[in-house]
Design a protein around this ligand. Structure first.
Ligand code: SF4
Length: 460
């Protein structure tokens, strides 16, 4: 069967299980509420957001200089720095490092960049086994699914389903669904992985241009376990992850986890600066479309994103359509801005997967104008000819109808007649609106007719 790559169709499939949709919605709203409470504990929250946004503005305006400064500082610390223009180069670089060390099994902590580059698939094709060590990532990896959320990768899975996956792959008892017991099972399973892998790959949350160091935030300590026990540590980062100075970490670390999960800080905020004696530390700096987005003035701000996931947790469309309906590595509102930059044709549906309510913009810790950018992408997509043909034709017909009072009146009359005398012309499966809702009963007359009649009456 051909894989569907359309948000509406994939959402429809997710919505077939209504109790799951309600549960998904409520769970993410719970996280959003935790974020609100955490934000309220900081009196200067808005000032913090504004400061973060301005620091990132400075970074994006001077990215070239900060990148070179970071590279020089990192090299001076003994780090081996690589540059990757795109996903293919990134994957080849990582593979070449592993080949050099004759490594065919690697442990990997959470990295949305490697999801974006499809690194696991690439390495698997080249005979390298990757074990994801973040619990949520490991669950979806065992289930052979992509993550559905950037912070909570397996949020679409219930604990009973996790129990079944662990039973099948890790040999836990049938029906085990206690989160504590499942976590313990994963812990035992991953411990062996950490102790036997000679290479570890991690993501990067923040890279400091001034010092050449980088910071990884986790709640499980899995990035540290992997990196400290392996001979080779490979850290992969998008070029937008930079901040100018170490003191700026104080701003971002306070915002990141409060926005993500409502915690005051991640359990582990680990700083990496230089390789351990006799070991190698590699940093892969990846562009993969970021410099193109930087050149798109209307969408440049999307590169300020610190991947907290708050825009997903608050988005009514994301909560009720699930992360997989976005068919791209980064789901939700920010993913719908980033994805068309990478492939406008394949992701033309995503900017339309929004109510434009603006809740995402309100919660974003770096003040990205998310809903404005979604609206602007729609205009670009229509202008570039990537919009859905049915939608384009429909909009053209609507434009012609609204532009002529006579046509508008005639269309209204025809619509009311059909709904009254031939309702099946509207109430059929070809009408997506009708799939879940009844069409309203047709009024006896148009508002214009009613107005004229009543006004006439008043003057009589
Ligand atoms: S766009 Fe803003 S709210 Fe969404 S993930 Fe990025 S930083 Fe968080």
């Amino acid at each position: 069967m051909k894989e569907t790559k359309d948000h509406a169709a994939l959402s429809e499939a997710f919505n077939a299980d209504e109790p799951r949709v309600n549960w998904h919605d409520e769970t993410l709203w719970f996280v959003r509420q935790k974020r609100d409470r955490a934000a309220q504990t900081i009196p200067d929250w808005e000032l913090l957001r504004e400061t973060a946004s301005r620091i990132k503005h400075n970074v994006l305006s001077n990215l070239h200089d900060y990148l070179l400064q970071f590279e020089a500082s990192a090299r001076a610390n003994g780090v081996i720095v690589h540059w990757a223009a795109d996903a293919r180069e990134h994957n080849q670089i990582v593979h070449a490092i592993l080949q050099k060390h004759k490594v065919d099994r690697m442990v990997k902590s959470k990295s949305m960049l490697t999801e974006e580059c499809h690194l696991n698939e690439y390495l698997a094709e080249n005979g390298v086994e990757v074990i994801d060590s973040d619990l949520g990532e490991r669950i979806v990896q065992l289930a052979k699914e992509p993550p559905s959320h950037i912070v909570l990768p397996s949020i679409h899975k219930k604990k009973e389903e996790v129990g079944m996956i662990f039973h099948e792959h890790l040999g836990t008892p049938t029906g085990m669904s206690d989160p504590q017991a499942l976590t313990e099972a994963a812990r035992q399973h991953l411990r062996e992985t950490f102790l036997t892998r000679r290479a570890a790959l991690t993501g990067v949350n923040f890279a400091v241009a001034e010092t050449g160091e980088f910071v990884i935030c986790t709640n499980e300590g899995n990035a540290d376990m992997g990196a400290h026990l392996a001979d080779v540590h490979i850290a992969c980062m998008g070029i937008e992850k930079l901040i100018p100075e170490r003191k700026h970490l104080g701003v971002f670390l306070r915002l990141l986890t409060r926005s993500a999960t409502g915690q005051p800080i991640t359990t582990y905020s680990s700083h990496f600066k230089k390789p351990r004696e006799g070991h190698e530390l590699h940093l892969v700096l990846v562009d993969n479309g970021r410099s193109v987005q930087l050149g798109r003035e209307d969408f440049r701000n999307s590169l300020k994103c610190i991947r907290c996931g708050a825009c997903m947790n608050t988005c009514p469309v994301y909560r009720r359509s699930g992360g997989h309906s976005y068919h791209t590595a980064v789901a939700g509102p920010i993913g719908s801005i980033l994805a068309p930059n990478l492939d406008m044709k394949a992701n033309a549906d995503l900017p339309f997967a929004s109510t434009l309510c603006g809740s995402c913009t309100n919660v974003c810790p770096v003040k990205i104008d998310i809903h404005d950018q979604l609206y602007k992408w729609r205009q670009v997509i229509v202008r570039e000819g990537y919009a859905d043909t049915k939608k384009t034709m429909g909009m053209k017909a609507m434009t012609a109808t609204f532009a002529s009072p006579a046509t508008f009146k005639l269309a209204g009359k025809a619509g009311r007649w059909f709904m009254r005398h031939a309702p099946f012309a509207v109430n059929n499966r070809l009408n997506p609106w009708y799939k879940q809702r009844d069409m309203p009963a047709p009024p006896k007359e148009s508002f214009g007719e009613w107005y004229l009649k009543n006004r006439k009456k008043k003057h009589e």
